[in-house]
Design a protein around this ligand. Structure first.
Ligand SMILES: Cc1cc2nc3c(=O)[nH]c(=O)nc-3n(C[C@H](O)[C@H](O)[C@H](O)COP(=O)(O)OP(=O)(O)OC[C@H]3O[C@@H](n4cnc5c(N)ncnc54)[C@H](O)[C@@H]3O)c2cc1C
Length: 462
């Protein structure tokens, strides 16, 4: 029962009666968010002997890669495609998908490299957490967090089918993408002035067949053609064929100006994303010969969210550090994916490469090549992600991993892809264990030991 706030006739708040929340589980490390980032954090810590729980608000693990159909990972090689710079749990997961014969591997390029069915990844992640003995809470949302008297994070309050319950732990990893846990714990976060827009992806059937039947058919041309009243606002549409049948994941919608860490804006973005998917399907079905065979196979469980909150950490990774290939003594991961910034207002897309090239894809489909720095003989082959960008300022026993790490606009544009967020998760799990094991705050662990442990677990430490 809820009571109206007595001072108000038309209340702006109601008082929920105070109550004790049952502790349903106690462990060493709680990972909030069960994308690949969160699962890798959990698996890495569990393999070191920690008792780990993962809390995921949806009914499956994998986050954007599964629930939002972004089932496309980039190369594990450096920017020259000459030597591997990424390994660890990212590579292990790809090997597992390869063994199941569900992985498409394209020739190395800056574009998509690995493609897999989202459902296969979700199943593989179930197996990985089961093998590591991790306790998983699905359909469980981290709704609040509790600190103890010393200011250390002590428990997360989840809401799931069984009600509102607490999980206590000694260390925490925020892999919610949105920085929900650090926000709930009261650590400083920031939201960029120009957020990269969310996109609802869809699984569709019949694109290969349309390509065979209709010469010159291009989904891009149809969907953005201004002669159709239903056409989408010009943007950047790409699709990737899944292994097996004529099914593609299509990413072409855009909801500009939506901050998906806000409940109202998230709801509106989900509905607008689906409206754009419906428009895309109808445009093809009505206007392309043979288009009646084009079918919507599945909608994502969640809109694909590119960017919301960032934790304010001990170091904000800068675009210059990425593009210069700056080496860090506390590096926990390496990347070669380009800076990739989708404009917040629909004004196209910018790619910046380590070799000084820049590509600008305008909203109306034009493509301009320019340079962000003059050509030089030696270019960095990869960049690094420092551990300090995962440590929220003032945190004793909390780390972040994934898209909520601290990075400026350009650096974030590069590190946000999953071969990079996966390395962050792997490192956060090991670092959380090391912090407990060495009885040191997360900001004071021995990063040489962290890197040594990561190497022992198969990650590339360069
Ligand atoms: C349309 C689109 C296309 C992209 N293309 C590519 C691409 O081709 N390749 C690539 O590598 N990257 C791509 N990216 C970027 C990449 O997918 C994301 O940056 C990355 O997946 C983010 O991972 P994450 O783990 O930080 O967050 P998420 O994947 O968002 O995972 C967060 C997880 O936490 C859960 N969660 C959130 N809040 C709570 C809570 N309060 N309680 C419990 N659980 C919670 C969520 O349900 C989710 O499972 C794309 C992104 C988009 C949107």
């Amino acid at each position: 029962m809820f009571e109206l706030n007595a001072s108000q006739t038309s209340p702006s708040s109601i008082r929920e009666p105070a109550r004790d929340v049952p502790v349903c589980h106690d462990c060493d490390i709680v990972v909030a968010g069960g994308s690949t980032t969160g699962v890798f954090a959990a698996v890495a810590a569990a393999r070191l002997g920690a008792r780990v729980a993962v809390i995921e608000q949806l009914g499956m693990l994998g986050g954007t890669a599964t629930a939002s159909f972004v089932c496309v990972w980039h190369t594990l090689l450096d920017a020259a495609f000459s030597k591997p710079v990424i390994a660890g749990l990212v590579a292990e997961t790809l090997s597992r998908l390869r063994r199941r014969n569900v992985l498409i591997e394209r020739p190395p390029s800056p574009h998509l490299h690995f493609i897999f069915p989202p459902a296969e990844l979700a199943i593989e992640l179930d197996r990985m957490v089961a093998e590591a003995g991790i306790r998983v809470f699905l359909h469980a949302r981290c709704a609040a967090a509790v600190k103890n008297d010393a200011g250390r994070a002590h428990a997360v309050i989840i809401e799931d089918k069984s009600g509102r319950r607490a999980i206590t732990a000694r260390a925490f990893v925020d892999a919610t993408g949105d920085g929900d846990l650090v926000h709930q714990l009261g650590f400083e976060t920031r939201t960029a002035a120009h957020l990269q827009p969310p996109t609802s992806c869809a699984l569709v059937q019949g694109l290969d067949e349309l390509g065979r039947q209709t010469q010159g058919f291009s989904l891009n041309k149809v969907v953005f053609d201004p002669k159709y009243p239903q056409a989408l606002r010009p943007g950047f549409l790409w699709h990737a064929r899944l292994p097996g049948a004529d099914v593609h994941m299509v990413a072409g919608t855009r909801v500009h100006g939506a901050d998906c860490s806000d409940a109202g804006q998230l709801t509106a973005a989900e509905i607008e994303g689906r409206r754009q998917i419906a428009a895309m399907i109808d445009l093809v079905r009505k206007n392309v010969p043979g288009g009646d065979q084009f079918a919507l196979v599945a909608l994502p469980a969640r809109i694909g969210i590119r960017e919301t909150r960032h934790a304010v950490c001990l170091h904000q990774l800068a675009e210059k550090e990425v593009l210069d290939g700056t080496r860090f003594t506390d590096a926990i991961g390496n990347g070669s994916y380009r800076v990739d910034v989708h404009s917040s207002n629909g004004d196209g897309l910018v790619f910046r490469y380590l070799d000084g090239r820049e590509e600008y894809h305008t909203a109306d489909g034009r493509h301009e090549e320019r340079r962000w720095r003059p050509a030089s003989e030696a270019n960095p082959a990869f960049y690094q992600i420092p551990y300090r960008s995962l440590v929220p300022r003032g945190a004793e026993n909390v780390l972040v991993a994934g898209r909520c790490i601290d990075a400026d606009e350009g650096a974030f544009g590069a590190v946000r892809v999953m071969v990079n967020t996966g390395q962050m998760g792997h490192a956060a799990g090991v670092a959380a264990w090391l912090s407990l094991h060495s009885a040191r705050p997360v900001g004071a662990i021995d990063t040489a030991k962290l890197r040594g442990l990561l190497a022992q677990q198969g990650a590339f430490v360069l």
